[in-house]
Design a protein around this ligand. Structure first.
Ligand SMILES: *[C@@H]1O[C@H](CO)[C@@H](O)[C@H](O)[C@H]1NC(C)=O
Ligand SMILES: *[C@@H]1O[C@H](CO)[C@@H](O)[C@H](O)[C@H]1NC(C)=O
Length: 349
């Protein structure tokens, strides 16, 4: 008895440590098979969108930097449009003070179909120094701009410290957003969604720009060019899809083969471990969902999978009831008291 008690504390600590390690492991399942999807050199797959002087490819053409300074932001887009595929890049976001700065990594066909465009987004929404970046994902189909499908989240790491892979898998029936090997959002097509599920060829875009008016605390904290240039880095770019002319009358069966092939890549199906990781991510890091925003959508949109337990955590504005209760504070720097309160109140509509 005595012995047991004597050792119970170290054992408890050990058990706790193992638990912590397992939790960490959960969000870092090795995904070696990404290696069988080849990356594309920047100049081979992409062309400038705007701010060309601020687009800086690496010498080996495997990476590119997008700069934002007081004169201009910058952006690039894939030279082709694709009908479905797997689209991905490793990205490192600007560090330090990034209030008002938005880095977007997304797919759209808005320049070809201005009234009926499709879109899939990752948007990173800047922040005050020492505070975590937040980001959102969204989807539009066939010009459904009056039906935004935003979800907002925190990250489990500091995206300005290292490169992380951000990916969009888009098949005929499913869209999955990934960060590294963790699926963070899945949208499964259903009939009721109709054309809200993206169906026309899209190009892949990346941009950095000044969104001072809304990005951080609803415009309360603006971009400060004392910290310019703001630099977003991209590497290991992947455009794995069926390149298609969007204006071709009949969507050809030419993409059938690519679509079949797409189904066989590892990112096309989630393992049970990944499903678990997605659930955990959403429980811990999602702080807004259009699916729980009954002020906006009295009846949740048809693809919403309403989890009754999860729902209780959200107000009818779709925001968390108790703020970021589970949110880790490990990125907080010493002496960063100023603004901490404002951060708690951070609203970003
Ligand atoms: C997409 O939108 C266009 C323009 O609003 C409309 O004419 C078309 O019928 C829509 N397509 C589908 C499949 O709903
Ligand atoms: C990638 O690797 C996996 C497993 O090693 C394999 O099943 C799959 O077919 C490969 N995908 C491609 C596109 O080569």
């Amino acid at each position: 008895m005595y012995k047991l008690q004597k050792y119970s504390l170290p054992i408890l600590l050990l058990v706790h440590l193992v638990h912590v390690l397992l939790c960490v492991a959960q969000t870092s399942i090795a995904f070696n098979n990404i290696n069988n999807i080849s990356t594309i050199p920047f100049s081979k797959g992409f062309s400038p969108l705007f701010g060309e002087s601020n687009i800086i490819p690496s010498q080996d053409d495997q990476s590119v930097q997008l700069h934002l300074n007081q004169y201009t932001g910058s952006g690039f887009k894939s030279s082709d449009l694709y009908n479905h595929g797997f689209f991905s890049a490793k990205i490192k976001l600007p560090s330090d003070y990034t209030a008002g700065i938005v880095v977007a990594f997304y797919m759209t066909n808005g320049d070809i179909f201005p009234k009926s465009h499709d879109e899939l987004d990752f948007e990173f929404l800047g922040n005050l120094r020492g505070k975590e970046w937040r980001f959102q994902t969204n989807m539009y189909g066939n010009g459904s701009t009056n039906r935004g499908r935003e979800e907002r989240y925190y990250l489990w790491f500091d995206p300005s410290k290292e490169f992380h892979r951000y990916s969009i898998l888009w098949t005929t029936n499913t869209i999955i957003f990934y960060i590294d090997d963790v699926p963070i959002r899945e949208i499964v097509r259903n009939d009721a969604m109709g054309a809200d599920f993206p169906s026309k060829p899209m190009a892949l875009y990346a941009t950095i720009w000044d969104a001072s008016d809304w990005a951080t605390s609803g415009g309360k904290y603006r971009a400060n060019y004392k910290y310019a240039p703001f630099i977003a880095k991209f590497t290991d770019l992947i455009l794995h899809g069926c390149a298609t002319n969007p204006l071709e009358e009949v969507v050809p069966s030419k993409c059938d083969e690519e679509n079949d092939q797409l189904a066989s890549i590892d990112f096309a199906t989630m393992t049970s471990k990944q499903k678990m990781a997605m659930k955990k991510f959403r429980a811990k890091y999602m702080y807004y969902s259009y699916c729980y925003d009954t002020v906006r959508y009295l009846v949740p949109l048809s693809e919403c999978v309403i989890d009754p337990v999860e729902r209780q955590r959200f107000k009818d504005t779709g925001r968390l009831k108790f703020g970021k209760k589970h949110h880790p504070r490990r990125f907080k720097k010493r002496g960063q008291v100023l603004g901490a309160r404002a951060y708690e109140n951070q609203e970003d509509k």
